[in-house]
Ligand binder design. Sequence first.
Ligand code: UDP
Ligand code: MG
Length: 311
Amino acid sequence: MSKLPVYSIVAPIYNEFENLPVLYQRVRAVMESTGEAWELLLIDDGSTDGSTDCIRELAAGDRRIRPVIFARNFGHQIAVTAGLDYSRGKAIVIIDADLQDPPEVMLDLFAKWKEGNEVVYAVRAEREGESLFKKLSASLFYRLIFRITDVKIPLDTGDFRLIDRKVVDIINSMRERHRFLRGMSAWVGFKQIGVEYKRSARFAGETKYPFRKMLRLAVNAITGFSYFPLQLATYFGFISAGISILAIPVVIVLRVVGSQQLTGQATTLIAVLFLGGVQLISLGVLGEYIGRLYDEAKGRPLYVVRQAPDK
Ligand code: UDP
Ligand code: MG
């Protein structure tokens, strides 16, 4: 039985063939400089570009690499979850496989952890090589989440972070399926601190987060941590009921004095369409929550593995 590692590094991988060897080299260089025992969990999230074989080869050459191979693509947050499940270290770092999160920054995270912080999240002070749209939408997303959720999720932080074993054990016991790990790790509490870093451009390949997936993540973040969208329907209901109550005496007075204001089909049509729209949106919001309830009720496993290391 080998010695349990102090550090676990978790990297989710979806078609990152070109990045894998460099990721391994840079992580190894950084980790060897710490002089502590470590392990690197490479989670293959259903890659189709040969990343799977590459992970197996790397693992054959270095026993500190522990591969988890999924049966199909389950998504980034689920891949990270599997990494946390299989990790054995005292401190766990989540890092992107595309080298946007420079492995060297891990040393700063370790330093803050040694000072007694249980979650050390990396704050993106600068972002390189990303489109204006991505930067703007990300910035808007973080601020919206911050405003409407009940948990104060730090601004401009991704999943790149160090989490203490205590906190990881708690996150691992939270088996919700629509996961937003930054929110979950903020929810746990304990001592949390940020470290600024410069987010690099992707080393190779394209983003695996198209707009559709970003939107899903945003909806998961909001529904996972807030009832605000549900409450919106109530607010709208009160506002439109209030307006119509005020409108009744106004219309009566207008009729009595013989005015032609506020008559005709157009006004009616606009009011009906507006309310119909609001009702359909509210139904959709309800549907989002009900769909999530249904998913939870089914109780399926979060992921299916083809190959996994011993725990
Ligand atoms: N990823 C994953 N499964 C997915 C999508 C992405 O495991 O379905 C991984 C991906 O390989 C990368 C990390 O999640 O290591 C972040 O993805 P990406 O760099 O594409 O996102 P971005 O940095 O563009 O937001
Ligand atoms: Mg990336």
